[in-house]
Design a protein around this ligand. Structure first.
Ligand SMILES: Cc1cc2nc3c(=O)[nH]c(=O)nc-3n(C[C@H](O)[C@H](O)[C@H](O)COP(=O)(O)OP(=O)(O)OC[C@H]3O[C@@H](n4cnc5c(N)ncnc54)[C@H](O)[C@@H]3O)c2cc1C
Length: 481
């Protein structure tokens, strides 16, 4: 695996000067620094030279200016759910955004929320649902920060209707790589607004955001439908995503294996050489509808004409618990130790046409045991016409298919597992897919990044020079010319 480290390293003397200037906002304590060595992926081990804690845009700006003077790299870090060390630094400064945690205002008339960049989505959702308001798009995991997902995109089960979370932000307060505080939006400094969204902390540090909200009903009915054929799942997803069909508020899915034992792939009985586990795959679809008490949905009418094999489950819940529906699974991951394993997640956004062929061919080669207990394969149909964020890279076409192998790989199988994930990643790119950048990414040359950003690459490079002229922000992940 190639994981890049920064070529911009910080001299020990520079970090001491930084600490002397900023006092308690900068920690050089080895025990504190050790907590920031890796991320959810557990694939990298990088010890930062210092950890910084800032509670306002002014404090962040001062930190960035000092880092720039001292030529010290600085990486903003939310809740570190990335998987290739996107929010780590070998020897530089990691800025922990946890102190940027204030929800400034929730405006039920304007349908907006004004929050600090380090606010965790769960806290915001608890506050908004109390007023029957909700952010239009939420990720499956609410334990992530507002700035962390805006810097990535933020995809969720309502994206087919509302785009990414980065589409649903009205204004951002950003500290640039020169240490300037700039407020940007679609109307002001749009050139910065357009690169900070999905910008992985490369062009500025988001300190505050004004987010869109929408009115919601207090209860949600959730349906679990099982498809035994991917083509039928896709045909129904396409119908549900039709803008004229407003039946469902959310749409998601997974590919679920029914293990069938082992089959021969060569000579002998050696695992992975002579035999390999295989499975029959089914495709659960998760749909939901919001409602007010007394206005329960008509299930038969809603599900009429869909081609599922089995209607497996229906459940009513509150809006808040719907938003938090994945939390029990994450709790289980923590209790079973799964959370601590290496997680090289491989997510990709595929052109609709071709996605079935790609998915079926990869599933045919994916032993169900390779996912680890708790791992799963994501299936995420969406539309593209509800997103206009320039750096959210996705294939052309009205509809796309997000797909991901979200497993935990035991360390002893890591090398082999990463090689296979690299193959799957390459194949997805061959099919016209675009990788989602929070996962396991092994792009190791400028050319690979240029290929990823396509015709936007010159603009990405120009924006880097414009907003971070000394290359101090989050160096090492994206490679520039
Ligand atoms: C269990 C799990 C479930 C997930 N589910 C989804 C999902 O449903 N949909 C989805 O889209 N993603 C999902 N992800 C991916 C996750 O949303 C992204 O990794 C997201 O970036 C995490 O936010 P964070 O606060 O942990 O950010 P971090 O991992 O800390 O940082 C992510 C990136 O943003 C940058 N960054 C952080 N803070 C700032 C800031 N203030 N200003 C500028 N840049 C900043 C970092 O430098 C880094 O490049 C999931 C991940 C996990 C582990």
């Amino acid at each position: 695996m190639t994981v890049h480290t920064s070529d911009l390293t910080a001299a020990a003397g520079a970090l001491q000067s930084l600490q002397a200037a900023l006092g308690g906002r900068v920690s050089l304590d080895p025990e504190v620094r050790a907590r920031y060595r890796s991320d959810f992926g557990r694939l990298v081990d990088r010890l930062p030279g210092a950890v910084a804690f800032c509670a306002s845009a002014e404090e962040v700006a001062e930190l960035v200016r000092r880092c720039r003077e001292l030529r010290v790299p600085i990486v903003p870090r939310g809740q570190a759910h990335t998987q290739t060390g996107q929010a780590t630094s070998e020897g530089g400064v990691v800025l922990d955004t946890a102190p940027l945690n204030r929800i400034h205002a929730i405006d039920a008339e304007a349908l907006t929320a004004s929050v600090d960049g380090g606010v965790v989505w769960r806290d915001l959702v608890v506050a908004t649902t109390a007023q029957d308001l909700v952010p239009p798009v939420l990720t499956n995991n609410l334990g992530v920060t507002v700035a962390g997902t805006l810097s990535m995109a933020g995809l969720g089960v309502a994206s087919f209707r509302y785009g990414t979370q980065a589409d649903n932000v009205l204004e951002l307060e950003v500290v640039t790589g020169e240490g300037e505080i700039v407020v940007c939006s679609r109307q002001r400094h749009r050139e910065l607004f357009d690169v900070v969204r999905c910008g992985l902390g490369q062009f500025g540090i988001i300190t505050r955001a004004t987010l869109k909200l929408r009115r919601c009903r207090p209860r949600v009915r959730m349906f679990t439908l099982v498809y035994d054929r991917l083509d039928l799942f896709m045909a129904d997803a396409r119908r549900i995503m039709d803008p004229a069909d407003r039946s469902f508020h959310s749409l998601g899915g997974i590919c679920s294996p029914a293990p069938l034992g082992f089959r021969s792939i060569g000579e002998g009985l050696e695992l992975g050489v002579g035999v390999q586990g295989f499975a029959h795959w089914v495709f659960p679809m998760f749909l939901s509808v919001e409602f007010a008490p007394g206005e329960e949905p008509d299930d038969a009418a809603l599900l009429a004409g869909l081609h599922f094999h089995r209607h497996a489950h229906t459940e009513d819940t509150t809006q808040l618990d719907f938003c938090r529906r994945m939390e029990p699974m994450f709790q289980l991951w923590r209790r079973t130790g799964y959370w601590e394993h290496p997680h090289p997640w491989m997510e990709t956004i595929l052109p609709w046409e071709g996605s079935r062929e790609f998915i079926e061919s990869v599933l045919a080669q994916l032993p169900p045991g390779a996912l680890g207990a708790g791992g799963h394969v994501l299936l995420w149909p969406s539309r593209t016409d509800c997103s206009d964020v320039p750096l959210f890279m996705h294939p052309e076409g009205e509809v796309v298919m997000g797909w991901g192998i979200l497993g935990a790989v035991p360390r002893e199988f890591l090398e082999e597992g990463l090689a296979k994930l690299d193959l799957a990643s390459e194949l997805s790119i061959y099919y016209g897919g675009k990788r989602y950048l929070s996962g396991y990414i092994s792009f190791d040359t400028v050319e690979r990044w240029a290929q990823h950003f396509g015709d936007r690459w010159p603009a990405v490079q120009a924006a880097k020079r414009r907003w971070d002229p000394d290359g101090i922000l989050a160096p090492g992940f994206i490679q520039y010319e």
